[in-house]
Design a protein around this ligand. Structure first.
Ligand code: MLT
Length: 206
């Protein structure tokens, strides 16, 4: 148990514009619950922000699930951690009185958001996946009909191969999600172009 009795260490920023969907902010490897608060505020000013810290430590760096090596995931742990995170979101929705959130995940955070879409689609109202990869070998369980997903990939990303991101986009859209996939002329880090595309997509969710 952590603060407020909820199961993940987290930050919560209440909405000042309660008509906007809450955002579930999911940091990258080595980040924490503070990392994406600024991005969330920029992308949807006034939305409630729910930002958990990943529970797995890799050499002291928080993550949302275990990996065997870079880009090779411990899939049992992905499934287990996705289920824990789904449970946390339900707890937090009850504790803070929130609608289903839109996830904004970067890197490892994008990968756990993708795992939520595969296995717990009802938890999210939509998802923005920044530099995500296929999280699991299995196909999405379903329940993604019409779910909005923005996938922003870097054409020169040394961590996420281009065909891997394309497979993720295709798995999600085959399962019914409303996927927008853009490949930017960038690496793993986010650029101004990511912010512009992200803002435009988010404005449609308001
Ligand atoms: C992962 O492990 O989720 C991906 O390799 C991205 C990363 O965290 O570097």
């Amino acid at each position: 148990m952590t603060e407020n009795g909820l199961s993940h260490i987290h930050r919560f920023v209440p909405a000042t514009a309660p008509n906007l969907p809450p955002l579930l902010l999911l940091h990258g490897t080595g980040g924490d619950e503070n990392d994406l608060l600024g991005l969330g505020q920029q992308l949807s000013p006034g939305a409630a922000l729910l930002s958990p810290r990943g529970k797995v430590l890799e050499n002291g760096m928080p993550r949302f699930f275990r990996r065997l090596s870079e880009g090779v995931f411990d899939e049992d742990d992905v499934r287990h951690r996705a289920s824990e995170l789904a449970h946390f979101v339900q707890e937090a929705r009850q504790a803070y009185g929130l609608e289903a959130p839109v996830a904004i995940g970067f890197s490892n955070g994008a990968n756990i958001a993708a795992a939520l879409l595969y296995r717990h689609p009802d938890v999210l109202a939509g998802a923005m996946l920044l530099r995500a990869m296929v999280p699991l070998a299995e196909t999405p369980a379903g329940g993604l009909q019409g779910k909005p997903v923005l996938l922003l990939s870097g054409g020169m990303d040394p961590i996420v191969p281009a065909d891997n991101a394309a497979r993720l986009a295709s798995a999600l859209s085959t399962a019914g999600a409303d996927v927008t996939h853009e490949v930017l002329p960038s690496g793993h880090g986010l650029t101004r172009m990511d912010l512009e595309l992200a803002k435009t997509w988010m404005a449609k969710r308001a």
